[in-house]
Design a protein around this ligand. Structure first.
Ligand code: URA
Length: 188
């Protein structure tokens, strides 16, 4: 696990993009460093910037509940990270140059944790890891293989969208997490 800790140290001092100037803390990632399931969000919000940990606010509580109910895994058994590790001011979308600057950290996290399944939450993580500009509504509902790594990728909605949009999005998220569980259980 040394390599992941080294990567974290590097990230904590990162000034590769303008987000560094306004952060309270770098939100590198958290959880089991050899997890089978990795969850990837967009970027830290206010709560995460203060806590230094991803998905600790309302979205995180919903995510935790859904993963426990549909997959049977506790938060501590997963690895959780974001596309960008520093909070975009006022929770704006991360800019393309910010996503690009941070991409090597996420790619290295995936390589080092080497999960069996990555669940991408929302447009930013799904588009980045699938290398597409397609939206989440079209991308979700099936699984993909991450090139070279033998990792399954399951795109789903961001939990903030489920909090905003309600029952249909929530049902879609549940279905996607069931798909992730099947893949974790050995289906291909
Ligand atoms: N939303 C995200 O995408 N990531 C977090 O860590 C929190 C909210």
């Amino acid at each position: 696990m040394r390599a992941l800790e080294e990567l974290r140290s590097e990230a904590l001092g990162c000034t590769r993009c303008a987000l560094a100037a306004q952060r309270t803390q770098v939100v590198f990632g958290t959880g089991d460093p050899s997890a089978d399931l990795m969850l990837v969000g967009e970027g830290p919000g206010r709560d995460e910037d203060l806590a230094g940990e991803p998905f600790v606010g309302r979205s995180g509580k919903l995510l935790e509940t859904l993963v426990a109910q549909e997959i049977g895994l506790a938060r501590s058994s997963c690895y959780i990270a974001n596309v960008v590790k520093c909070r975009p001011p006022s929770n704006r979308d991360p800019l393309p140059e910010e996503v690009e600057a941070c991409r090597p950290f996420l790619e290295a996290q995936i390589e080092l944790v080497a999960p069996r399944v990555v669940v991408t939450l929302g447009n930013f993580a799904s588009r980045l890891l699938l290398g597409t500009t397609e939206g989440i509504t079209r991308l979700r509902g099936r699984s993909y293989q991450l090139p070279n790594l033998g990792v399954h990728l399951v795109p789903t909605y961001h939990p903030a969208a489920a909090l905003r949009a309600g029952a249909t999005v929530l049902a879609g998220m549940r279905a996607d997490l069931v798909r992730a569980k099947m893949l974790l259980d050995g289906a291909s």
